[in-house]
Design a protein around this ligand. Structure first.
Ligand code: ATP
Length: 352
């Protein structure tokens, strides 16, 4: 009997090619399109309707069944509420990471099992491999420029071991060629960008719909007032655009927030010492193999689009401390530190 596999079909190129490749491997493929966001005002920035129609067209072309499922309630409770709480606390969360561990690889996985699938697959650029001890590890994608392990670091052993990532060995250019060869209607569709529920909409307007803005002073670390900020939640460490202070000398950057005084700390110059730090504390950690990595040498990323950097890990109460060989730029509270050993993604935690 052919094995059933449930594929997350987003209407994009990657998941469409994923479904096709699994068909070729002989699986009985079922597609599922998830709706994770419901907007009451049906605005112009929301592409869910269009994406679901694309997913249906792809399923039609491939000759597979497709189910539409709504996880918007779960998304609000488990991802969006965290997103708002973090912004209120002056931090910069990454909701797409939580969406993977709480929705795509939890609600979706449960649903896939209900549908009779022994496994679930997505078009993520990542791979997994069973180790000699029987546990499954998460591996970087062959296409280093597309690798998405950073977004998957909070998956548990159970989640990683039930996932299939057919694009892990391919380059994105090969995926596009396959998409054209099989005549996918969406072969030229652009990659999605940004946080999924915000999409291309203006970020400040969106956030202000949910959180009140409290303007305050913009100050240098020495306490000199340089202007007014529009609300601390709108700014992130390392931000240069939108500060409204120009004039003489080097450009200005956000270097910190004083939540008690409602002040935004700004410094002049990309390489100002308060933006460059050797040390990092990560709490609320999650480890793919189910155990805290031993103290020692690793590499780590503190943002997605970044080469990982050499560091030394030590254990601390409730998490890990990293000391980087070279100072890292604009490490941001609320963002994730993701730890690697060679090509293996070990997990990570939230930067404090
Ligand atoms: N709305 C959705 N419904 C079902 N699966 C989804 C949905 N959004 C994303 N996924 C799954 O998660 C994978 C990674 O999502 P991501 O948002 O990174 O997509 P992407 O790289 O733009 O891929 P794609 O080209 O397939 O949209 C997708 O390839 C797909 O398998």
């Amino acid at each position: 009997m052919t094995q059933k596999i449930v594929v997350g079909l987003s209407g994009g190129v990657d998941s469409s090619v994923t479904a096709h490749l699994l068909q070729q491997q002989g699986y009985d493929v079922v597609g599922v399109f998830m709706q994770n966001w419901e907007d009451d005002n049906n605005d112009e920035y929301c592409s869910i309707k269009e994406d679901s129609m694309d997913a249906i067209a792809v399923a039609d072309l491939l000759g597979i069944d497709i189910e539409l499922v709504n996880f918007a309630g779960q998304y609000k409770d488990r991802v969006f509420s965290y997103f708002l709480a973090e912004y209120s606390a002056g931090r910069t969360p990454n909701p797409d990471i939580l969406c993977n561990s709480e929705i795509k690889f939890k609600c979706f996985l449960d649903y896939a099992i209900e549908l009779g699938g022994a496994k679930m697959a997505t078009g993520h650029y990542a791979a997994n491999r069973v180790r000699p001890d029987g546990r499954t590890e998460l591996i970087r994608a062959a296409d280093q420029s597309k690798d998405q392990t950073y977004f998957l670091y909070r998956l548990s052993q159970a989640q990683v071991s039930q996932a299939v990532f057919p694009l892990g060995e391919l380059q994105k250019s090969q995926v596009r060629v396959i998409a054209e060869e099989i005549g996918l209607p969406n072969a030229k569709k652009k990659d999605s960008t940004g946080i999924c529920f915000i999409g291309e909409r203006p970020f400040r307007d969106f956030l202000n719909r949910y959180l009140p803005k409290v303007p305050g002073a913009m100050v240098t670390p020495e306490g000199r007032v340089t202007g007014e900020h529009m609300g601390l939640m709108y700014y992130t460490i390392g931000q240069r655009q939108g500060l409204g202070i120009g004039g003489e000398g080097l450009p200005w950057f956000v270097a910190g927030k004083d939540m008690d005084k409602n002040e935004l700390i700004v410094v002049q110059g990309h390489d100002h010492p308060s933006l460059l730090k050797h040390d990092l504390l990560a709490l609320d950690c999650s480890w793919i193999l189910g155990e805290l990595p031993a103290e020692g040498r690793y590499t780590a990323k503190t943002r997605y689009r970044q080469q990982d950097a050499a560091c030394t890990l030590t254990h601390v109460d409730g998490g890990v401390a990293l000391h980087f060989d070279e100072p890292q730029w604009a490490m941001t509270p609320g963002q994730s530190m993701v730890l690697y050993q060679g090509d293996v993604c070990l997990g990570g935690g939230i930067i404090q």
